[in-house]
Unconditional design. Structure first.
Lengths: 365, 325
């Protein structure tokens, strides 16, 4: 089923929960709503579920306008962070509850519950109460309950946030797999950008009730439309430096205290001439240059190691350049220590430029 | 369970583990100190009075014998209760009063108000519940006066003049005409607010996700009440039922003020009061009245035990989260 949100707005008094949100979800697509807490992602989800009535705007399932349709007639399944399994019902009763309300015949109810339970690997837990299950098992039951009613739309509200890190990884893969196999259109609310990046076909980034970006994960990563998106997506986060881009002898250069690098024309053209722009560069687009200084490319900058954080596979080092700091991922074998002088190569082919006033990208808008 | 988790509280183990009587004495002292004040109140204001009442009930003490010439009569007063022609009707009155007030108002109406006022905007609900607290806040005498004026005979009475009169119902003195309706309503309007408060807080403490999940799963508002809310407030429901049954059994204040037991509304506790402390003939039968009261205490204790067993209240009690003293 297709889903379309047109200028969807929810307002309580003067406070906007969501404002002019426009999202189109294709049939069978998996869309993540990503943003920090309070950004309006859950508000948007609850409007789609029918719990909140939109203040303005339109929700369409297919072509049908759903604004006034009560939740029970929307045929959506929902999975919660808290699982929300009814504690007084057994696993079986939880699984059949939505079907019971839809007046599905008892025999079919049993068959469908059994089938979903087998699929979720909870067939042996049917007679248990939720209180007797582990967090992972409860989340499987909750997912099962959302599926037994054969919904046209699945809504996830941070379903993995209560699970421990290891279980989260395996459930993440499992939900993704399940969604692809069943082909049910899904909306997945999360504040975890890794979850959004790994699972979703498209990601809608929200902040303060507004939609900041809506695009596939790789585009979100490589072509962030705003400063917020650039900083929110990616771990460790993108480095930002206030620079001035000047043009001399047909060559663009980005400059600030201690930094002077050449910028490719296709990246820097729209940043040139402004008194101040924000240069964004990801930690993996910076690298350490070994050997004696002198005679190298004009994208190398000298700095000093400020902090070293061993992450196992990499070391994350904070390098001070002039008065700015940048994070760089380096090979732990280099054995860098605090205070070591280093030279960094900026891969300016991947540099981003933003207007610090409007926070909009100077490259992608 | 408790013992295995907190071996120190078991005096024998504690003594063996720590090898000193002083330590186990000290570890027992803390809980005793905590229970002390409540224990004192129960002993002073319940236990001792009950013993005195039971002692009185074995005598023929009355205002005619005074405190000098009374005699022990063993179970004579209880025999009298068994054969007394009023015992049966008054017991039936009591059961009728308790069951109807409890089901219609203290639990029924309390639940309805709680459900209604949690399904409307918060402020409206709060105002609505505050109104229902008024009967409880009003002094009993004033409150019962209000009911008397509602029921009063023609040409007075709110029912006669404003409510039923305009509908063409013949004016009458409503209190003798429908004594039970007034006894139950006047008690119930007070009693409902207790359940209302307990149920409201129980409903409001149901996590929001359950309420949303129920709607998304396909519940109508009514189905959500039936399948989700009621099962989740089962314990508060049982608690209010138990507590209010026991308190209704022994309450007679409103009936005393409203009908004073006339028109066939004498209940057991009022009967005891009338016999022992306040009657028309002026012969206060302290012994017989005490026996009536003792019967009430026994019924109360038996019912408490039955309720606690039947509703399995011990499952309600959680292990404390803090370490033992």
């Amino acid at each position: 089923m297709k889903l379309k949100l047109e200028n969807l707005t929810k307002r309580w008094g003067a406070v906007y929960g969501a404002r002019d949100v426009n999202i189109e979800v294709k049939d069978g697509e998996f869309v993540a709503l990503l943003g920090p807490s309070g950004c309006g992602k859950t508000t948007t989800l609850l409007m789609v579920a029918g719990i909140y009535k939109p203040t303005a705007g339109v929700i369409r399932f297919g072509e049908r306008v759903m604004n006034r349709v009560p939740p029970k007639n929307r045929n959506v399944g929902m999975v919660f962070q808290s699982y929300a399994l009814y504690p007084h019902m057994t696993v079986f009763e939880n699984l059949v509850f939505p079907m019971k309300l839809k007046r599905v015949p008892a025999k079919e109810r049993r068959e469908r519950a059994q089938q979903v339970a087998e699929m979720m690997g909870i067939g042996h837990l049917m007679d248990r109460k939720p209180g007797q299950l582990s967090g992972g098992q409860q989340q499987r039951v909750a997912l099962g309950r959302a599926l037994t009613k054969q919904p046209e739309l699945l809504l996830f509200d941070e379903p993995l946030s209560n699970l421990d890190a290891r279980l989260r990884l395996s459930m993440r893969a499992e939900i993704k797999r399940l969604q692809v196999n069943l082909g049910i259109t899904s909306i997945y609310v999360t504040h975890d950008q890794v979850e959004a990046m790994t699972m979703a076909d498209r990601i809608a980034v929200m902040r303060d009730g507004l939609l900041e970006a809506y695009c596939p994960p790789d585009e979100l990563y490589d072509r962030p439309a705003t400063l917020f998106v650039a900083g929110f997506v990616g771990n460790p986060p993108m480095n930002f430096l206030d620079v001035e881009v000047t043009q001399a002898n047909g060559e663009l250069r980005a400059r600030c205290l201690g930094l002077d690098v050449a910028v490719p024309a296709e990246r820097g053209a729209r940043a040139a001439g402004k008194p101040k722009v924000t240069l964004g560069i990801r930690p993996e687009d910076l690298s350490i240059v070994l050997g004696e200084p002198g005679g190298e490319a004009d994208t190398v900058v000298a700095g000093e190691v400020y902090v070293v954080e061993p992450l196992g596979r990499d070391d994350l080092i904070d390098v001070q350049i002039g008065q700015s700091h940048v994070n760089v991922l380096v090979n732990p074998g280099l054995g860098l220590r605090l205070g070591d002088p280093v030279r960094l190569k900026f891969n300016m082919e991947k540099a981003q430029f933003f207007d610090p006033e409007t926070e909009q990208s100077l490259l992608w808008r | 369970m408790a013992m295995t988790q907190r071996p120190v509280r078991d005096p024998v183990t504690a003594q063996r583990a720590q090898g000193s009587f002083g330590d186990s004495f000290r570890s027992a002292l803390g809980p005793l100190l905590f229970m002390g004040p409540a224990g004192f109140l129960v002993v002073a204001f319940f236990f001792i009075p009950v013993v005195i009442i039971i002692a009185f009930s074995l005598t023929d003490m009355s205002s005619s014998t005074g405190f000098q010439n009374w005699a022990w009569v063993q179970l004579e007063n209880y025999r009298k209760i068994l054969v007394h022609p009023s015992s049966g009707p008054i017991l039936w009155n009591t059961i009728k009063y308790v069951v109807l007030t409890l089901s219609l108002f203290n639990v029924g109406m309390g639940l309805v108000i709680a459900l209604l006022s949690t399904h409307v905007p918060r402020r409206t609900g709060f105002l609505f519940r505050a109104l229902w607290l008024l009967p409880r806040l009003t002094p009993s005498v004033v409150y019962v006066m209000v009911w008397k004026y509602i029921a009063a005979d023609a040409p007075y009475g709110i029912l006669n003049q404003h409510l039923l009169g305009p509908l063409g119902v013949k004016a009458t003195n409503w209190l003798p005409a429908q004594p039970w309706a007034f006894v139950i309503a006047s008690n119930g309007f007070i009693g409902a607010s207790f359940g209302m408060i307990i149920f409201t807080s129980a409903i409001e403490s149901i996590p929001r996700d359950y309420m949303i999940a129920a709607l998304v799963d396909g519940c109508s508002l009514w189905q959500r009440i039936r399948y989700v809310i009621l099962p989740m407030i089962r314990w508060p429901l049982l608690f209010v039922t138990t507590y209010q049954t026991l308190s209704l059994f022994t309450s007679f204040e409103q009936i005393l003020l409203l009908t004073d037991g006339q028109f066939g509304t004498e209940v057991w506790s009022l009967w005891a009061y009338h016999r022992a402390l306040n009657n028309y003939w002026g012969n206060f039968q302290w012994g017989f009245g005490s026996a009536l009261a003792a019967v009430l205490v026994v019924i109360g204790i038996l019912m408490a035990i039955v309720y606690m067993r039947y509703f399995r209240f011990n499952e309600l009690v959680q292990e404390p989260r803090i370490e033992a003293l």
